[in-house]
Design a protein around this ligand. Structure first.
Ligand SMILES: Nc1ncnc2c1ncn2[C@@H]1O[C@H](COP(=O)(O)OP(=O)(O)OP(=O)(O)O)[C@@H](O)[C@H]1O
Ligand SMILES: [Mg+2]
Length: 418
């Protein structure tokens, strides 16, 4: 039995998230989505290969079991730390006077060969923004169009080789093989941008545990990426230091009170100290420390946007990731800082149980589109019987119906919003 399987691992500072998907009749079918605590990733960079390897392999084995498919090829999602982008246009003459997958592969190869990068850098991805066929702009579905000259407008993702090698080192001597390297923040486009809301300058900011990744799109084309090495871990650290708690105690406390920390602060009828298990914290201290850090994180994002030189042209910003999204009245704080239209994405907006898998889902969609375009197949052999496979697939699809509809759902949501 052969099947096209796409497996994605998002390497987060707090969690690893894996999505296993297959090519469905019309679209991508999600077979399994799972996350676990990450180890060895700090501020978006892989710092302890050995420890990280253990948790990644464990997670992959688990999803292999649930998806009932053998995984070999992987797409990995990484932060934008030590990564830059560069836009370029490549032109080729069509051999058969119609566009084929082979032509697109040839153009992508040419891009790799012609762009100048430093000796310590590698091109890890090339995103196709749009095509020009004999001078006419075409956004998608280019295959089989007739023409003579094809141009590709590309965004090349260029990373420090040293950082990327660590991921290859992690999978060395395992059966897994890195097939695609994707920038988490650029994959955000799959979820949050549609034809309508991507007109003009739109920013996305993914606020995680250790890092905030920021991208500015113009008409759907990424123009700037940047990051701030700050996130939810800093809120936890501040609470731990000010209240003299361990990191774990503080993180726990943060998660318990984030949804009503403001209401608690304003409630004069209760004692100043709130309790979590055996530890106590002043609700005033909790509020003030947390709020100060949230504002600082948001201000840093604002500065990064100002640094792009396009600040006044930015129509809207969408903030996601779990770093600040759970806090009560976060929208108010965001409104205070960002003058353009803004929206903080929450679990409830996404209509899924677990927002932490959003990026690995988005990458699965991106890889699926690329495989379709290049007519490439990731063939995975499995020794399980067809019958078992069918049954398990049905069960999985039933369980994660939410995730299967997520892209459509979220895009519909944004149609209404902007
Ligand atoms: N209920 C909650 N209330 C407050 N904070 C929360 C809650 N749940 C998760 N967080 C925080 O969200 C952060 C994790 O966010 P996310 O999963 O987006 O990060 P990540 O992708 O692992 O890390 P990064 O992208 O920075 O490498 C942590 O700091 C965690 O404490
Ligand atoms: Mg993340």
């Amino acid at each position: 039995m052969q099947q096209d399987i796409i497996t994605v691992v998002d390497f987060g500072s707090k969690k690893l998230s894996a999505t296993v998907a297959a090519k469905g009749k019309e679209d991508l079918e999600i077979l399994c989505v799972k996350s676990c605590k990450s180890i060895g990733i700090e501020k978006g960079l892989l710092t302890d290969i050995k420890k990280c390897k253990e948790v990644v392999i464990n997670l992959l084995q688990e999803v292999e079991g649930t998806a009932n498919s053998e995984i070999k090829s992987l797409a990995i999602g990484i932060s934008s730390s030590k990564v830059r982008i560069s836009e370029t246009t490549i032109s080729i003459m069509l051999k058969e006077e119609k566009v084929t997958s082979g032509d697109i592969k040839r153009a992508l190869k040419k891009a790799h060969e012609t762009i100048t990068i430093s000796s310590d850098e590698s091109i890890v991805d090339a995103l196709i923004n749009f095509y020009m066929l004999d001078g006419n702009v075409i956004h998608k579905d280019i295959l089989n169009w007739k023409g003579k000259k094809l141009e590709l407008n590309l965004t090349l993702v260029i990373a420090k080789t040293k950082e990327i090698e660590k991921y290859y080192e992690l999978f060395k001597e395992t059966k897994y093989n890195i097939e695609f390297i994707k920038l988490n923040i650029l994959a955000g486009k799959q979820i949050f941008l549609n034809e309508k809301n991507s007109i003009g300058h739109v920013a996305l900011a993914d606020i995680g545990a250790g890092i905030v990744d920021v991208v500015l799109f113009n008409n759907g084309i990424p123009k700037n990426i940047d990051c701030v090495q700050i996130g939810g871990n800093n809120i936890t650290n501040d609470l731990a230091i000010c209240g003299e708690f361990s990191f774990l105690e503080a993180d726990n406390m943060k998660k318990i009170y984030s949804s009503n920390y403001k209401a608690l602060y304003n409630d004069t009828s209760i004692p100043d100290e709130i309790e979590v298990g055996t530890i106590k914290v002043s609700r005033k201290l909790f509020y003030e420390v947390t709020n100060a850090r949230i504002e600082e994180i948001l201000n840093h994002i604002n500065i990064k946007l100002k640094n792009t030189g396009h600040y006044d042209r930015i129509c809207s910003i969408i903030l996601y990731g779990d770093g600040v999204g759970y806090f009560e009245d976060i929208n108010e704080t965001v409104h205070k800082i960002f003058k353009m239209k803004n929206k903080v994405i929450k679990r409830t907006d996404l209509g899924i149980k677990n927002s932490e898998n959003i990026t690995s889902l988005a990458i699965a969609k991106e890889v699926y589109d690329r495989l379709n375009l290049l007519e490439d197949k990731i063939i995975v052999l499995t020794n399980k019987s067809n019958e078992n496979k069918k049954k398990s697939k049905m069960e999985n699809l039933h369980n994660i119906e939410d995730e299967n509809h997520i892209l459509r759902k979220v895009k519909g949501f944004f149609d209404k919003l902007f």
